[in-house]
Design a protein around this ligand. Structure first.
Ligand SMILES: *Cc1c(COP(=O)(O)O)cnc(C)c1O
Length: 389
């Protein structure tokens, strides 16, 4: 059978190619921590291969080195991001940390473009890993990179303002330096950074990929050589994805496109209605053209997605009132779940970001971020309109 080309088909079948041969219809869930050895010589061979970063070996040896359920989910995600490989971690932050550690062996200077997810910003700015990170505008990358620059980090659409960054332009400016794109907000339904030359595509799989608010996970999609280095970091540092979480993440993939598209359709309607509402000063949504570099929605994305931020005339008081008054929409951090979530970046996710940086990027006291779910749009609007008063 020829390989199916369309996303919905690949997402439904990826990582399931061997089901007929195994005579199963759902992925086997392997919870083993250790594996019986046939003989010492072949065990040693497998051990060496896995420690050096092989994806699999004839014997998985120990679950920190390899787990078949996790490896299956990784194969599925590599297929959807159109990369050779994928390495899964215990969280999005563990995934980012692993890339930073792997690249730091090539040079301890990195560049990053703000805004970023609050904890990513914090990790990079804190110097916690002994890496020097300079925050730059995309136009400064060429001038600011040095011989020791080993990674360039961007996030698009960016959290929480939905600013867009031109991936292809950053890749061009980066030259030989690998570019990491945090593509969490876009998912492979809306954006394929590897096609544009990004060497690392990172996701907090906690969000859309798993999609049901019950899994914390992170993945890095990349070429096989980079994946080997990332697996070595994972085996050494232990930031593993649990196989049950990998199973649930894999189960989310067949509905990924349906979820992303329904949430996006809802978001388009809500963004238009919010933009007309007298309590609202500004709506930041790529689909309204009201974010930085909004034209990139047409060129590098397949749609504007289901995240937006909006600024209230009434500032902090009005924002906290909306958070208190919503009933259907859950006042909570996180995003990309089947249900709608609303949160206050300055008070929650981006609290760890320097106050000046918050101001520079419009993370104000009156800003709320809305992650639109797949509920009926009229019910969502009724809830929001009532909360806005
Ligand atoms: C949530 C998030 C992260 C961190 O992921 P965790 O799974 O919470 O560790 C990183 N980047 C973005 C854009 C996120 O939204």
């Amino acid at each position: 059978m020829s390989k199916p080309q369309r996303f919905a088909t690949r997402a439904t079948h990826a990582g399931r190619e061997d089901f007929s041969a195994l005579c199963v219809h759902a992925p086997p869930l392997d919870l083993s921590t250790t594996y019986p050895l046939q003989d010492l010589a072949s065990g040693t061979e497998s051990f060496d291969a896995l420690v050096a970063g092989a994806a699999t070996a004839s014997n998985p040896i120990y679950a920190r080195l390899c787990n078949p359920t996790v490896a299956r989910t990784e194969r599925a995600l590599a297929e959807l991001e159109e990369t050779e490989a994928c390495v899964a971690y215990a969280s999005g932050m563990a995934a980012l940390t692993a890339v930073l550690l792997a690249r730091a062996t090539h040079g301890r200077h990195m560049l990053a473009v703000r805004p970023l997810y609050g904890t990513s910003d914090h990790l990079l700015a804190s110097g916690l890993l002994g890496i020097e990170v300079e925050f730059v505008e995309p136009g400064e990358i060429e001038a600011k990179k040095r011989a020791a620059t080993s990674l360039i980090i961007i996030e698009t659409p960016a959290n929480p303002t939905l600013d867009l960054v031109d991936i292809a332009a950053v890749v061009r400016a980066a030259g030989d330096v690998p570019v990491l794109v945090d593509s969490t907000f876009a998912t492979p339904v809306l954006q394929l950074p590897a096609r544009l030359g990004a060497r690392f595509v990172l996701h907090s799989a906690t969000k859309f990929l798993a999609g049901h608010g019950d899994v914390i996970a992170g993945v890095v999609c990349c070429n096989e050589a980079d994946a080997a280095a990332l697996r070595t970091v994972r085996a050494a540092t232990g930031a593993l994805l649990h196989p049950l979480a990998a199973y649930l993440l894999h189960r989310g993939l067949p509905t990924l496109e349906l979820r992303v598209r329904q949430a996006e359709a809802n978001a388009k309607t809500l963004a238009e209605r919010l933009a007309q509402h007298p309590a609202i000063k500004a709506v930041h949504y790529p689909g309204l053209g009201t974010v930085k570099n909004a034209a990139l929605v047409q060129s590098q994305m397949q749609g504007p997605g289901s995240l937006m931020a909006f600024e209230l005339h009434g500032g902090f008081e009005a924002a906290s009132q909306v958070m208190r008054k919503v009933g259907l929409i859950t006042p909570a951090v996180s995003l990309g779940s089947v249900d709608s979530l609303i949160q206050h970046p300055a008070g929650l996710t981006h609290r760890v970001v320097d106050e000046k940086v918050q101001q520079q990027h419009g993370i104000t006291a009156g800003l709320l971020r809305l992650s639109v779910g797949i509920e009926h749009v009229d019910d969502l609007w009724q809830d929001l309109a009532a909360a806005l008063g």
